[in-house]
Design a protein around this ligand. Structure first.
Ligand SMILES: Cc1cc2nc3c(=O)[nH]c(=O)nc-3n(C[C@H](O)[C@H](O)[C@H](O)COP(=O)(O)O)c2cc1C
Length: 385
């Protein structure tokens, strides 16, 4: 990462993160950044901190009304969000707006606290702008998550500078047969904190989880959660490794069962053209377990959104994620049908200035195409100019 890509907030809170393959373990770097973020979020309303944060965030935020949208009854200042998995325990919930995000998805949270898979389990592949992870839903569990959010004194849903989604998964110790009760316990507790909630049935690192994408399983899961008295807008996050026919089928089923949106895509078991590439363990990606993220997912992410747009008949909000690492890839995802987009690996490699770079790029494209609001760009098919 070049120096001119960094900014104050980056230097204060994020340090080096994942931007190189070698050196300190990627997870240790992420965790030390998250500790700084946690401290800053808890103290963000103290005058001394709030003035430092506001100054530092000045060049990351964009307040352009052409980027505003109301979706899931929430007001999104802009369509760019932080994807699930970076802030698994919600420690930065009060801070993501300072980084310029219009929304942030916290989690994945499971009902039971769990350690996740043995380390090392997160690998940088800097040259390819990619990462491989097999974290396995390490998180502090739903009860601790509730307290973490409470402590940060975050405004209630509907009154936040940054929309907050809560992404839910199945605890490893819960059987697949009982998965619906596990998700329901978490959602019942966390619903009052969520602008929207996500059923994550697509992470590759919890054995059997992806089978919950099957027609009968997903129906049962949606019905159980929708029957809760306080269910917020509910989305499903799907895998990139589904066939096109499976994508059509899951679109049909979730739509029929009252789902409010689809997030595509999670990390991939496919290695694309990187099968022979060796990572830090000495093994090639072909034999190393885990989900691939970042640039290699860009094309598949676009394909899946295009397919979903068609199979949902354009009437379900889609969130596009996977390999977005420039304004152009962000525009292409929106033009293909995504109402909102998310970034993770690209943000790690490019640094926080990727947020204003993308937002400026979107504003410019809208001007070039004569659009007054981002809504007009969604599914327009208009090329990057
Ligand atoms: C280290 C790491 C951890 C992740 N953890 C989660 C998770 O807990 N839940 C989830 O739904 N997605 C998780 N993801 C997937 C991302 O949210 C995203 O769908 C995927 O990485 C593709 O986007 P990207 O190419 O911008 O990274 C994780 C990704 C990474 C790299």
């Amino acid at each position: 990462m070049t120096n001119n890509k960094k900014n104050d907030l980056y230097n204060i809170l994020l340090g080096q993160l994942l931007s190189q393959d070698e050196g300190i373990d990627a997870e240790i770097l992420s965790n030390s950044a998250l500790n700084a973020i946690k401290f800053a979020s808890l103290n963000r309303n103290f005058p001394i901190f709030s003035s430092i944060l506001s100054k530092a965030s000045n060049d990351l935020q964009r307040n352009n009304t052409s980027l505003n949208q109301i979706i899931f009854d929430s007001h999104f200042k802009n369509p760019l969000g932080l994807a699930a998995g970076f802030d698994k325990n919600g420690v930065g919930a009060g801070l993501w707006s300072y980084f310029g995000f219009g929304f942030a998805e916290l989690g994945t949270i499971t009902w039971h606290a769990q350690k996740g898979n043995p380390k090392p389990r997160l690998f940088r592949i800097a040259k390819e702008k990619a990462a491989l992870n097999r974290m396995g839903f390490n998180n502090e569990g739903a009860k601790k998550f509730f307290k973490t959010i409470e402590k940060q004194k975050i405004p209630t849903p509907g009154n936040r500078p940054c929309v907050l989604g809560i992404n839910l998964g199945k605890s490893k110790i819960t059987s697949l047969y009982e998965a619906h009760t596990d998700y329901a316990l978490s959602l019942e507790l966390l619903a009052p904190l969520a602008d929207y909630a996500v059923i994550n049935v697509s992470s590759p690192n919890t054995p059997g989880l992806r089978t919950l994408q099957g027609t009968q399983q997903i129906k049962k899961l949606i019905k159980t959660l929708k029957d809760l008295p306080n269910c917020p807008p509910l989305l499903v996050k799907i895998a990139p490794d589904l066939s096109n026919e499976e994508i059509d089928e899951i679109s049909r089923v979730v739509k029929e069962n009252g789902i409010d949106g689809i997030i595509a895509i999670n990390t991939s078991l496919n290695r694309f053209n990187l099968k022979k590439l060796k990572i830090k363990t000495g093994n090639t990606l072909e034999i190393e377990n885990g989900g691939l993220s970042g640039l290699p997912l860009q094309e598949r992410g676009l394909e899946v959104i295009t397919r979903l747009r068609r199979s949902t008949n354009n009437d379900l909000p889609l969130i596009g994620v996977g390999g977005i690492c420039s304004a152009r890839s962000a525009w292409e995802r929106i033009a293909a049908g995504a109402s909102l987009i998310q970034i993770y690996t690209g943000w790690i490699f490019e640094g926080p200035t990727l947020v204003p770079d993308i937002l400026d790029g979107l504003i410019l494209q809208m001007e070039k195409h004569g659009f007054r609001n981002i809504k007009e760009a969604i599914g327009s098919g208009e090329p990057w100019k």
